[in-house]
Design a binder for this molecule. Structure first.
Ligand code: HEC
Length: 435
């Protein structure tokens, strides 16, 4: 490009915003344009010894896969983030802008040019993206922590088979404590597909270890209400939850953690020993984090029965809030027949407060969405959720062919409709606090 036209181009770029400025395909290069996108949106998972199957740290990692990267970003398969950011904003939002998607397309079309390294522009990959680094920033090193895991290594009984297994992990704590952060550590990263952590204080779950969800004994355990039916849900990339400054989640005396582990099929016999790391608050916690959990008995159009070859919508609502509250995070939960999920609150004077909208439910990528700021829900509000299920054979994830009637259960072939919300009592100004 000639010097004059380069100057014109530069001015045009200043006039429009930098990214929306039309850079011709030949000019797009890795170091200047692509590396910052990958660093911001991909390498937190795509680096050695992390959850994604390959690293995307360098040009040599990325260039052989450039076309594939163009495909998965255009189809929005990657980065995996399912909540609609036009409905509500989250702290853990990870979405490419249309301009970033286009830049990747142009880069691939223009010949996957490497370009020159520009030290000034590129943030330090490890400092910016490492999840551990952000943990260090938020959580004081001196705080008491607890690393606790499955009591025995679990060996998969069969190869090539997906498994859902339960484990109980006794804490044996005599006093109550406040949790400041929870990190789930999958033992075998290739095997652990996702995990749900619950807590029980009845002391009756010892027999659960290693049981598969299809084991009839599981139904016996299900009849006991749990202290926390959904303390934390782990999926790749959703490694931990850190409660906001000054808040904490109570760990009751005599807690047993329950892990509900989903293992991917493995071509060889392998084993797993997963664990969690709990950091306790070092200062007295002023505001207790409380769980609001909507479940199947909150459904207004019962019975919760999803007949074969239908795509019904179910609605649920909370009781009226008895005080002003500030929401921290939200996690919808369904199984394989889930199609879409939406939740919002309606205040006593009719204001609609958007909470979460997942237009294209993906069983594999359920996560806890932490709000960008506390969401204030006034006293007398009602939280509503609606979920659609697809029990037809057009649903590629439907595990039963031909479809059968499905109702409530812990098994993946059963269904659930849950909404788990963490909140604290409202204080004036909460909505201005970034989480
Ligand atoms: C939250 C963690 C996470 C983030 C962030 C992420 N990935 Fe992935 N990615 C994964 C996992 C896990 C897999 C393997 C499972 C799968 O394919 O669903 C994967 C698979 C892929 C694949 C292979 C897909 C296939 O069908 O085999 C490509 C290509 C890819 N990612 C590119 C990217 C790019 C480019 C970005 C950023 C724009 C990105 N990923 C961000 C976790 C992540």
């Amino acid at each position: 490009m000639g010097r004059i036209s380069t100057i014109f181009h530069f001015i045009a770029c200043l006039v429009s915003s930098l990214l929306s400025c039309q850079i011709s395909a030949q000019e797009v290069n890795y170091h200047e344009h692509i590396e910052p996108i990958i660093t911001t949106h991909c390498t937190r998972c795509h680096q050695p010894n992390n959850v994604a199957p390959f690293s995307l740290l360098t040009y040599d990692d990325i260039s052989p896969r450039a076309k594939f990267i163009g495909h998965v970003t255009k189809t929005k398969y990657m980065p995996p983030f399912k909540a609609d950011a036009t409905f509500q904003h989250y702290k853990n939002e990870n979405i490419l802008t249309p301009d970033e998607i286009q830049l990747i397309q142009d880069w691939v079309a223009g010949g996957i040019v490497k370009g020159k390294k520009n030290a000034k522009k590129i943030p330090d990959v490890h400092a910016v993206t490492s999840d551990m680094a952000s943990e260090t920033n938020h959580v004081n090193h001196k705080t008491e922590s607890l690393d606790i895991g499955m009591q025995q290594r679990f060996i998969l009984p069969e190869k090539g088979k997906e498994e859902f297994r339960f484990f109980h992990i006794p804490v044996n704590n005599k006093t109550e404590k406040y949790i400041q952060s929870i990190r789930f550590i999958p033992g075998n990263k290739k095997l652990v597909h996702h995990s749900r952590v619950m807590t029980d204080t009845s002391g009756t779950t010892a027999g659960i270890d290693g049981l598969s969800e299809s084991d009839t004994a599981i139904y016996k355990f299900q009849t006991n209400p749990l202290a926390d039916p959904f303390l934390f849900g782990w999926v790749p990339g959703n490694d931990q939850i850190i409660f906001p400054e000054g808040t904490g989640k109570k760990l009751y005396p005599g807690t047993d953690f329950i892990f509900n582990m989903h293992y991917s099929p493995s071509p060889i016999i392998v084993s797993d020993s997963s664990s969690i790391r709990i950091q306790f608050a070092d200062k007295p916690v002023e505001r207790e984090v409380i769980t609001l959990s909507l479940k199947e008995d909150n459904i207004s159009n019962l019975p919760f029965l999803i007949r074969a070859n239908t795509s019904p919508v179910f609605y649920m609502r909370s009781a009226m809030t008895e005080e002003d509250i500030s929401l921290i995070s939200i996690m919808p939960h369904m199984h394989l027949l889930g199609k879409r999920f939406k939740a919002f609150a309606v205040s006593p004077d009719g204001e609609l407060i958007p909470l979460v909208n997942i237009p294209d439910w993906d069983f594999n990528w359920q996560m806890t969405y932490t709000f960008k700021n506390y969401i204030h829900i006034p006293k007398g509000s009602v939280i509503y959720a609606e979920a659609q299920y697809d029990n037809t054979s057009q649903n590629p994830r439907n595990p039963t062919r031909p479809p059968k009637d499905v109702s409530y259960g812990w098994g993946t072939k059963d269904e659930m409709m849950n909404l788990i919300i963490y909140y604290v009592k409202y204080r004036v100004g909460d909505e201005k606090i970034e989480l």
